[in-house]
Design a protein around this ligand. Structure first.
Ligand code: B16
Ligand code: MG
Length: 217
């Protein structure tokens, strides 16, 4: 049977969390709210709207709907300035090796990201051509841990969810893959991602034998 491999973007293919951090920190500080890297961790895989809601909660601040919209735009504008500087050097170790191996194995490959900027980022790091389907924050109405983003990916590739493998760095993303009945592979800390079917520190640990096993079982 044909398998599909669905990749999250931020934290799996590239480390854009550092840019989200800088942009959110500047925004929080301008509102008199402190923002730490530990808090930034909690925003991984979380949508832009929900991220700002959380920051305001942490700072005990309420703002008008109008100001909320303005702040979201401001954050994204700054984030896009950082994204503008990105190039292939920002691709995380061994991601191209795994993508190319899957391509030689004629496997279906999709992107499943919460980010509305996913297409721009893939363009900047020259990886867009490797994907047969791209599903991002502009395609979904429900954020991870809702499985919508991955289910749309499976549908676009014409592959049954149970034959899909998801690479994710966030807890919400692992939960989304599990709810979708897909094989979940956590990329990162086993203590954080313990709900995943398999966990690796990064792609350097993902060997061809392991991929072969996923392809054939
Ligand atoms: P944007 P992923 C997620 O991407 C990020 O992990 C999360 O921190 C961010 O808030 C979210 O995208 C929305 O991003 O503001 O660019 O639409 O990990 O699902 O690829
Ligand atoms: Mg992620």
């Amino acid at each position: 049977t044909k398998k599909a491999f669905i990749f999250d973007l931020d934290g799996v293919i590239v480390d854009t969390a550092k840019y989200h951090f800088l942009a959110w920190q500047n925004l929080a500080n301008s509102l008199g709210i402190s923002f730490t890297s530990a808090q930034n961790e909690q925003l991984k895989g979380v949508s832009r709207v929900r991220s700002l809601e959380k920051i305001l909660e942490w700072g005990n601040k309420t703002i008008s709907e109008e100001e909320f919209t303005t702040l979201m735009a401001k954050k994204n504008e700054e984030y896009l300035n950082y994204i503008e500087t990105m190039d292939t050097s920002e691709i995380l170790p061994d991601v191209p090796r795994v993508l190319d191996y899957l391509i030689t194995k004629e496997q279906a490959i999709a992107l499943g990201s919460a980010s509305k900027n996913a297409r721009i980022i893939l363009d900047k790091v020259l990886l867009k051509e490797k994907f047969h389907a791209i599903v991002d924050g502009t395609d979904v109405s429900k954020a991870k841990p809702d499985p919508e983003v991955f289910l749309i990916g499976a549908q676009k590739l014409g592959v049954d969810p149970k034959d899909c493998v998801v690479f994710e760095d966030s807890v919400a993303g692992i939960q989304a893959a599990n709810v979708a009945n897909m094989i979940s592979i956590g990329i990162g800390d086993p203590k954080v991602l313990h709900e995943a079917d398999y966990i690796f520190k990064d792609f350097t640990e993902i060997k061809e034998e392991f991929i072969n096993q996923l392809v054939t079982t």
